[in-house]
Design a binder for this molecule. Structure first.
Ligand SMILES: *Cc1c(COP(=O)(O)O)cnc(C)c1O
Length: 395
């Protein structure tokens, strides 16, 4: 089928909830993708940070195919080895306590919110349930995680929203302190606001948030759905911020392309959710955990993570070296980067890049967002940079 034929059927049969780019993707290899009409693209988007170890990665493909032959799903009424192995790797590489598996980022955050409220209920009784998040954050699309998301544009249509959230300004401790009161049980933050525009938080601010959490026995919960699993050049972004979160959520890059999410809790609160308090049919199913295990066997490695930091630095420097007046800067960490352009022109540039064979996405109001597979090669990056030189106005 051609793109036009597929699009016509999509319009007829699929709910129109996305403004999709006008191509239909077919297959990939490394960080290179082909569409249904055979056009080739360098992929700097990786399905929104999901295909973290590239397309047709041999370790991931063989883990999935071997597991598919053995056992794809068992439900959480039984124990399975791939799930235990992924949890063990996550815990031993971070010094945290235990893991709960979900199926997406929003669901992982739902689990974190439930954990925080129950932690507080167990210790202090009812009424201490407010969660403070940051303005411009993004935490998901369920009714509760939409409420957690600190952007007014998401708080429409679906009333009533979940009670018990407050929003503070990133980088502003006075604002955080003003939101925290006796009913607060947790603070939930991204360390690099992804959807909000690829905005890294100030490390001193994050430290101060951690201190406030310790002082008032609030759970420090870090949404690493986008920043986690190597994306920012450390296995988790909190590790380079030098803080000790109580709860970390993850999803996107963890499965390398299959849907998986997880809530990881520190030893001090990892037994809060006991039998009957939280569950999901698919969570931790062997097929996706086999894939996540293969991803972690690649990414949870110091040399690999150094490679991510090196590639991120290379991309950033080479983009700045284009010297285009269209480019006002590059921000982000590791291979989570935003090319800053004039407000409102990010979609125009993303579209031009795609027309010229480079997949890039947008974030916030002025960022062309780059989330390439962490395994992208230098020749692939150079090819993408050559396209950027054509798309952004020369000096
Ligand atoms: C993408 C994202 C989510 C939501 O994840 P889904 O898998 O789409 O539910 C939550 N938090 C952050 C930081 C994200 O980037």
């Amino acid at each position: 089928m051609t793109y036009q034929e597929l699009k016509a059927e999509e319009n007829q049969y699929v709910m129109n909830t996305y403004g999709r780019f006008p191509i239909a993707l077919d297959h990939g290899e490394g960080a290179t993708l082909w569409d249904v009409e055979g056009r080739r693209y360098i992929d700097l988007a990786s399905g929104i940070g999901v295909c973290s170890v590239g397309y047709n990665n041999p370790a991931v493909v063989s883990a999935i195919t071997e597991q598919a032959k053995k056992l794809m799903h068992a439900s959480n009424l039984f124990t399975t080895a791939p799930m235990v192995q992924v949890a063990k790797t996550l815990v031993t590489k971070t010094g945290m306590g235990k893991v709960f598996f979900a199926n997406s980022g929003a669901e992982a955050n739902e689990g974190a919110i439930k954990l925080a409220r129950k932690y507080s209920f167990d210790r202090y009784g009812a009424g201490r349930n407010k969660i403070v998040t940051l303005l411009n954050s993004f935490h998901g699309r369920t009714v509760t995680t939409l409420t957690a998301t600190g952007q007014e544009k998401f708080h429409n249509y679906f009333f009533p929203f979940t009670e018990g959230f407050g929003y503070a300004r990133a980088g502003d401790m006075m604002s955080v302190e003003a939101e925290v009161d006796d009913s607060t049980c947790a603070i939930l933050i991204e360390l690099v606001q992804g959807e909000g525009g690829v905005l890294p938080l100030d490390p001193a601010f994050v430290k101060a948030v951690e201190e406030l959490c310790r002082k008032r026995d609030l759970l420090l919960m870090i949404d690493e759905v986008q920043t986690g699993v190597g994306r920012t050049g450390s296995l988790f972004c909190f590790q380079q911020y030098g803080v000790h979160p109580d709860v970390v959520t993850m999803a996107k890059g963890l499965g390398g392309g299959v849907p998986i999410g997880a809530v990881m809790a520190a030893k001090t609160c990892c037994d809060v959710l006991g039998p009957g308090t939280h569950a999901t049919t698919f969570g931790g199913t062997p097929l996706v955990c086999a894939s996540a295990g293969a991803v972690l066997s690649i990414v949870a490695d110091d040399d690999f993570l150094q490679g991510v930091r090196d590639k991120g630095e290379y991309l950033k420097q080479q983009i700045l070296a284009i010297g285009s007046p269209d480019i006002h800067g590059v921000r982000g960490l590791g291979l989570m980067l935003g090319i800053i352009v004039d407000d409102g022109r990010h979609s125009e540039f993303a579209n031009k890049l795609i027309e010229n064979g480079v997949l890039a996405i947008t974030a916030g109001k002025n960022a062309v967002r780059l989330l390439p597979p962490l395994t992208i090669s230098y020749p692939e990056m150079d090819e993408a940079l050559a396209v950027m030189k054509q798309v952004f106005k020369p000096q």
